[in-house]
Design a protein around this ligand. Structure first.
Ligand code: AMP
Ligand code: MG
Length: 336
């Protein structure tokens, strides 16, 4: 009997401490510019402001992974150098390469020669005429990773990699892990639309993450509730240029070398692993709604797909998704 009372008392104290800890502290907010070519925001609920440390961490990752930074490891790899990698980047790069092998028709980090042509096209406002030639340089086997020595090298002349479709997801994972290690129970990370909700809101309720209306980015189409999860979107409205009245967006179909036209205008993936979300949002955007369930069954994650005026969602989101606009219809993906 005494033992039981003791147990109840300890449980009571534990709950009281938890309440005091979550109730204490305040929200610290930081905007971060120039990382991964986007604007980021970090908001933490804590007893002290550690957001400057997180900004440093993001800047370090950007300086290592950004293809547009000429001193980054990726730029050196693309110059044909044999590069020493910090062990955690050996793991990241080999994970990104594995996804590219499995999903190569839709997602491939070795697509950089084609992406470069489109970047030039955007700058000169002139359609590229070398896409076929550039496509012949694509293939993830060109990237050689030595797991024991922690080095990497690109073996084929003209081959190169671009982590634009996966680096922000990876960075969000690294940042969320660091916050957990710092005992931050509630935070929201937003890396240019790649969102990570660490824990629940400070009051214990779910976060509400709004997803853009692809036709009018000043408005939102749906809201999804989540706790301790990433919410990552790929959309044709995020980056594009127009030529002769036609829109050329930034997500490339590796089979054609041209902006994907699967019929989807936005794909959101929800999962605890932000890197998986980033890979799959790009891959399913290219693969199209028909292939979405098959890809999700293999890799995991919940999804929200916008195709014309229909918003499709997977089973796990039934209780979590809410329509914000009467322009759209909300439909279970399995009824498509
Ligand atoms: P996301 O916004 O995550 O879908 O990533 C798009 C960015 O990744 C683009 O701006 C390109 O730099 C790069 N990219 C475009 N298409 C692909 C693709 N099919 N596979 C891998 N990376 C891509
Ligand atoms: Mg992506």
């Amino acid at each position: 009997m005494i033992i039981k009372h003791k147990f109840i008392l300890i449980a009571f104290i534990a709950i009281a401490v938890a309440v005091i800890l979550t109730g204490r502290g305040k929200t610290y907010n930081r905007d971060i510019y120039g990382v991964f070519d986007t604007v980021s925001n970090i908001s933490i609920h804590s007893t002290k402001d550690t957001t400057a440390d997180y900004e440093q961490l993001l800047k370090k990752l950007d300086s290592q992974l950004n293809v547009y930074n000429e001193n980054s490891i990726i730029s050196k790899l693309n110059n044909g150098e044999l590069c020493a990698l910090p062990p955690e980047l050996t793991v990241f790069l080999s994970d990104a390469a594995s996804y590219s092998s499995y999903l190569g028709d839709y997602f491939d980090i070795s697509l950089n020669p084609v992406i470069s042509s489109w970047t030039l096209a955007e700058k000169n406002l002139l359609l590229p005429d070398d896409i076929k030639e550039k496509l012949s340089l694509v293939g993830i086997d060109a990237l050689y990773i030595d797991y024991e020595a922690n080095t990497a090298k690109i073996k084929e002349d003209g081959a190169s990699i671009n982590l634009g479709a996966v680096a922000k997801g990876y960075a969000a994972n690294v940042l969320a892990d660091r916050m957990r290690a710092d005992a931050i129970g509630s935070a929201l990370i937003n890396l240019g639309g790649n969102v990570y909700a660490v824990g629940a809101k400070p009051d214990g309720s779910d976060w509400n993450i709004a997803i853009c209306d692809p036709e009018n980015t000043a408005q939102t189409a749906v809201t999804v509730k989540c706790t301790d999860s990433a919410v990552v979107t790929s959309g044709d409205y995020e980056r594009y240029f127009e030529l002769d009245g036609k829109k050329y967006h930034h997500i490339i179909d590796p089979k054609t070398g041209y902006p994907s036209d699967s019929g989807l205008s936005s794909v959101t993936i929800i999962d605890r692993d932000a890197m998986l979300c980033d890979v799959l949002s790009t891959a399913i955007f290219v693969a199209g709604a028909n292939k979405a369930q098959e890809i999700l069954s293999k890799f995991g994650g919940e999804a929200i797909l916008i195709e014309n005026n229909n918003i499709y969602y997977t089973d796990g989101l039934v209780e979590k998704i809410e329509l914000n606009s009467d322009k759209y219809f909300l439909i279970p993906l399995q009824n498509r």
